[in-house]
Design a protein around this ligand. Structure first.
Ligand SMILES: [Zn+2]
Length: 271
């Protein structure tokens, strides 16, 4: 499932091909993904020039010169294919640029989405309106977390997955960041000390930035002819490693919180 770093590297890969280009042709090849494509998508974007790309949480943003932004979400299985040899049955949206490049949004399970939003109103778009700060942006600070966690009895791990507290942090990155900051995932959020929050914020940034760099190092592959914007493997310190040794030598533990697995080291991360 694409997480924030995959979306970020996807956007960077797309920017190589799309930024500054005119959309010569855009075609939807079925009526919907998770929800219907905007009915005016083709009319609104045909002939428009792409003025920039960006990301908010796990959404990719393609801005055009008509004051609108195409917002895409990759869902569970979405990916962009660049200059595919042929258009397949899971390529549900196809864009051709004025420079003759072809981009296909491929989504076998169709949990993804495509929306058209007024660029000036993006922050008020319902999916974005209540979102917390970007984990890589200036809004995520120890003070922000201290305020959000104040008086909360819920486990710190669960609140870090709350999009209203931090936008776009996934399960893997929360497990890894808590381990690196030496914070037990089941600790009551309101009882995480200020120094621990001071350790946590830079570790959240570090795990995300390392994953983006790992993806960026293969960015060349993303833009080759017939290339796909794909995902990259990463060696995690605790995630998916139940029973294997932590860096301290003790075995990594797993618990289920909110229906999802949490991996941690009970020695390095004391409750
Ligand atoms: Zn350990």
């Amino acid at each position: 499932m694409p997480e924030l770093p995959e979306v970020e590297t996807t956007v960077r890969g797309l920017a190589h091909v799309l930024d500054g280009q005119v959309i010569a042709r855009i075609e939807t090849r079925r009526a919907d993904l998770r929800r219907p494509f905007p009915p005016d998508l083709v009319q609104a974007l045909t002939g428009a020039r792409i003025t920039g790309l960006g990301r908010r949480a796990k959404y990719g943003l393609i801005h055009v010169d008509r004051g609108q932004t195409m917002v895409f979400h990759l869902g569970m299985s979405g990916r962009w294919r660049i200059d595919p040899d042929e258009i397949g049955k899971h390529d549900h949206l196809v864009i051709e640029t004025g420079a003759g490049r072809t981009l296909a949004l491929n989504d076998a399970r169709r949990f993804g989405s495509v929306d058209l939003v007024d660029t000036a109103a993006l922050e008020r778009w319902p999916q974005f309106a209540a979102m917390g700060p970007e984990p890589l942006g200036p809004g995520l600070t120890p003070g922000h977390l201290a305020k959000a966690f104040d008086g909360r009895f819920a486990a710190v791990k669960l609140l870090l997955l709350d999009q209203q507290i931090v936008a776009g942090l996934g399960n893997i990155y929360v497990c890894e960041a808590l381990h690196r900051a030496k914070i037990h995932p089941e600790r009551e959020a309101g009882k995480v000390s200020r120094p621990a929050l001071g350790r946590l914020v830079p570790e959240i940034r570090a795990v995300l930035e390392e994953a983006i760099r790992a993806g960026g190092s293969t960015l060349r592959d993303y833009v080759r002819p017939d290339g796909e914007l794909g995902y990259f493997a990463k060696d995690w310190r605790v995630y998916g490693r139940e029973g294997e040794p932590c860096g301290c030598g003790r075995p990594v533990s797993r618990v289920v919180q909110g229906g999802r697995s949490t991996f941690f080291c009970g020695h390095c991360q004391r409750l």
